[in-house]
Design a protein around this ligand. Structure first.
Ligand code: SF4
Ligand code: SF4
Ligand code: SF4
Ligand code: FES
Length: 364
């Protein structure tokens, strides 16, 4: 590392640690001002759980390592309470939706019972009544949360007439976000992801009942709205209503590799999802300290270059004005002899090399 790079690095570390110290002081001051949250005690499936006032029933359930089905809930966003699949029993009261109901001191919750099983099954059946039954042909087949829920509650043949098709069902105009609105289940996770995670406020739920649908912008579609193509809405969609092209073209990935984006100096951590070595999709890694689950459009969707026919796959040596393919041994021998010759003739100061693990083959 050069002296300049070293001092820049040290400066960056100093700045980061100063920010971290400042944030820690602020947190301590806030703690000193805010009173400690009141503790409440509840029972979940017979186990005693102590939580802070304001925590939800789902928090209590998770704290003892249990779970209930959820569909509109995402731990990246505020609870919304749209689907009711997370119903649990409360002694002496009507069942409540666990994801957004705060715990009541002294309450006793049951995550499963014949009543709860029947209610969850009926709710799932109602959701499916407005959904095309074409799982085998669907791009979400195998990762779909509605499909898993139907299996979980034991739903095989819905009793209701099926399905109403939203019109217009498909919108393929956006290069990265493929819309199949007849598969939308109205969970609003996409809308909340755009608002709460991305802060772009592009999406909203429009219409009522069967006619409820997600609209982008002033119902212009994603292509013409002010969408920045961050992909958070696609990531959150539990079904195939919002899909990306890679999943459509190559199916579900079978391997994920966490790496660093090569597009710019921010260094976002990315999870690259592949199938048979082919990049299917890329999502931002939640653990990335530079991006915390965010990326720009390039990191999220512009990965097709990785498989471009124009990419360098072997070293090229220029002879008589044109390139010819060479082996690595040949290329490295040539580099050693040329750079060695310059260093011997003009001294080591005459040689300088710029390279980066963030660059593509071609840039390096
Ligand atoms: S979105 Fe899910 S439930 Fe709907 S057709 Fe596709 S796989 Fe089946
Ligand atoms: S891609 Fe991002 S900006 Fe565009 S609608 Fe989805 S969440 Fe909003
Ligand atoms: S498009 Fe997907 S995420 Fe958005 S409301 Fe419909 S099902 Fe939910
Ligand atoms: S997951 Fe609780 S209401 Fe949808």
């Amino acid at each position: 590392m050069s002296v300049i790079q070293g001092s820049k690095h040290a400066l960056l570390e100093d700045t980061q640690s100063a920010v971290e110290v400042g944030e820690a002081i602020l947190r301590e001051r806030q703690k000193a001002v805010e009173p400690a949250p009141k503790r409440v005690t509840v029972s979940v499936d017979g186990q005693t759980v102590k939580l802070a006032e304001g925590d939800t029933v789902l928090d209590a359930i998770k704290s003892i390592g249990k779970s209930v089905p959820t569909l509109c809930y995402s731990d990246r966003m505020k609870p919304f309470g749209a689907c009711r699949t997370c119903l649990v029993e409360v002694t002496g009261r009507k069942p409540v939706a666990a994801c957004h109901t705060p715990v009541m001191d002294g309450a006793s919750y049951r995550t499963s019972s014949p009543l709860i099983s029947r209610l969850r099954r009926n709710i799932t059946e109602l959701i499916v009544s407005d959904h095309p039954l074409e799982c085998l042909d669907c791009t979400a087949n195998g990762r779909c949360e509605l499909q898993s829920l139907a299996q979980q509650v034991g739903l095989r043949t819905p009793r209701y007439e099926n399905p109403r098709i939203h019109s217009p069902a498909d919108d393929d105009r956006h290069p990265f976000i493929k819309v199949e609105m007849d598969k939308c289940i109205g969970c609003a996770r996409c809308v909340r992801a755009c608002d709460e995670i991305q802060g772009s406020f592009i999406l909203q739920m429009s219409g009522r009942g069967y006619d409820t649908k997600v609209i982008a912008g002033n119902d212009t579609g994603f292509e013409e709205a002010d969408c920045v193509s961050c992909g958070q809405c696609v990531f959150e969609c539990p079904v195939a209503a919002l899909e990306e092209p890679g999943t459509r073209d190559f199916g579900l990935p079978d391997e994920t590799t966490t790496t660093t984006c090569s597009y710019c100096g921010v260094g976002c951590a990315l999870d690259v999802h592949t199938k048979d070595g082919q990049v299917v999709s890329i999502t931002p890694s939640e653990s990335g300290s530079a991006n915390h689950g965010h990326t720009c459009v390039k990191g999220r969707f512009a990965h097709q270059f990785a498989h471009s026919d124009d990419r360098l796959r072997t070293p090229l040596i220029k002879e008589n004005g044109s390139f010819r393919e060479a082996t690595w041994d040949e290329a490295l021998d040539l580099v050693v002899s040329k750079l060695g010759g310059i260093a011997r003739t003009h001294g080591p100061e005459a040689v300088s090399v710029i390279s980066s693990s963030r660059c593509t083959n071609e840039e390096n």
